[in-house]
Design a protein around this ligand. Structure first.
Ligand code: IMP
Length: 347
């Protein structure tokens, strides 16, 4: 076995919770040799601050910024031209990627037809990155994998290809090196194809099980990092998600700059829903929790949370923090730590 251990990052809400920042922070430590992206595709927008520069990553695992082996796993769908562009932009920003970015041969290709079809979505409010059509064709057994694409030597410029196609099985299970893996998830629990609010979901698995689907055996999972925000946001066409006319939510949206990293769409704001967070934590077996953007609520000066379908408001951060912390420890046995983040750069 060539895996020492794997830690998995999952999102406990609807995406956009700061997983990129958490992955960037963890990947900087000497606890990991490899970062594995395990679901989704270019629908993700992981924003990180690296050496003082803001960088938005869509398909490339954040680990590459720290010179770590970065793998796009078999559970992902890949838009090859967009991936090549993203890597070239990283290089232009001074990030060395040579010999670091790998795509598993089983990952499926997002084609021009997928992109065209998704551009016309009006039902779900997708990111229009061809994700649904690509996964549909995968499950319909009419898709094309990266490996098949390479065999056919098809339209892409393989000699200049800035990534390498590999068999992740060989790397994770047949090499002599013992990898310590950080698994970087995309989207969020309540967008998950099985657990989200269907049909207003993405087309991939966004739970800890999704990391296992990429070749990580369950018994190798050491920690599960659950990431969320101190409030909730959602982007998509689901009706009656929140009261968009609420001036507090409008203020949180403004101060928190809640606009999509991939599509620039405004994110709808609501209070953190503890019942939904607890469900996501239980199903993912979260051991370590990071609550981002608590500083935004501090700046706005309003604190609220939904629990058992009732809204609670607090006059100050300390009372809000104490309420949320006590409920979470009460409901989730495995939970070891809760970290409240008050800064866009740090944890
Ligand atoms: P798709 O993943 O582009 O098919 O979009 C399906 C739903 O998931 C839509 O409501 C999108 O707004 C949402 N979604 C997909 N990726 C993300 C993400 O990275 N952050 C937030 N929402 C996302």
């Amino acid at each position: 076995m060539a895996i020492d251990y794997a830690d998995v990052i999952v999102d406990l809400q609807y995406g956009d919770t700061g997983k990129g920042k958490v992955a960037h922070h963890l990947a900087a430590s000497d606890e990991y040799d490899m970062v594995l992206r395990y679901n989704g595709g270019a629908n993700a927008g992981h924003t990180v601050y690296h050496n003082g520069k803001k960088i938005v990553m869509h398909q490339v695992p954040v680990g590459v910024l720290h010179g770590k082996v970065s793998i796009i796993g078999p559970g992902c769908v890949v838009d090859i031209p967009a991936l090549v562009k993203e890597i070239k932009e990283l290089n232009a920003a001074g990030i060395a990627t040579e010999g670091l970015i790998f795509v598993d041969k089983r990952a499926h290709v997002v084609t021009g037809d997928h992109l065209y079809e998704d551009k016309h979505d009006t039902k779900i409010g997708t990111t229009k990155r061809g994700i649904g059509p690509a996964y549909r064709d995968k499950y319909n057994r009419t898709g094309i994998t990266i490996g098949q694409m390479e065999d056919r030597n098809n339209p892409y410029d393989w000699p200049d290809c800035p990534f390498e196609i590999i068999d992740i099985y060989k790397l994770l299970h047949q090499s002599t090196f013992k990898y310590r893996v950080l698994c970087e998830g995309a989207q969020g629990f309540h967008l998950d194809i099985d657990w989200g609010e269907y049909p207003y979901v993405t087309s991939s698995h966004c739970t800890v099980g999704s990391a296992c689907l990429n070749g990580i055996p369950p018994h190798k999972i050491r920690r599960v990092y659950g990431v969320l925000k101190a409030y909730e946001t959602y982007v998509g066409n689901r009706a009656n998600y929140t009261d968009e006319s609420n001036p507090i939510f409008q203020e949180i949206q403004r101060v928190g700059q809640e606009f999509g990293a991939t599509t620039s769409r405004p994110r709808k704001v609501n209070w953190m829903n503890l019942d939904k967070v607890i469900q996501a934590m239980q199903i993912n077996g979260v051991s370590h929790m990071i609550i981002n953007k608590a500083d935004i609520l501090q700046e706005v000066g309003k604190f609220g949370v939904i629990h058992h379908e009732k809204e609670y408001q607090f006059t100050n951060y300390v009372a809000f923090n104490a309420f949320v912390t006590s409920i979470l420890y009460e409901h989730v046995n495995r939970l070891a730590t809760i970290t409240w983040s008050l800064s866009p750069n740090g944890i």
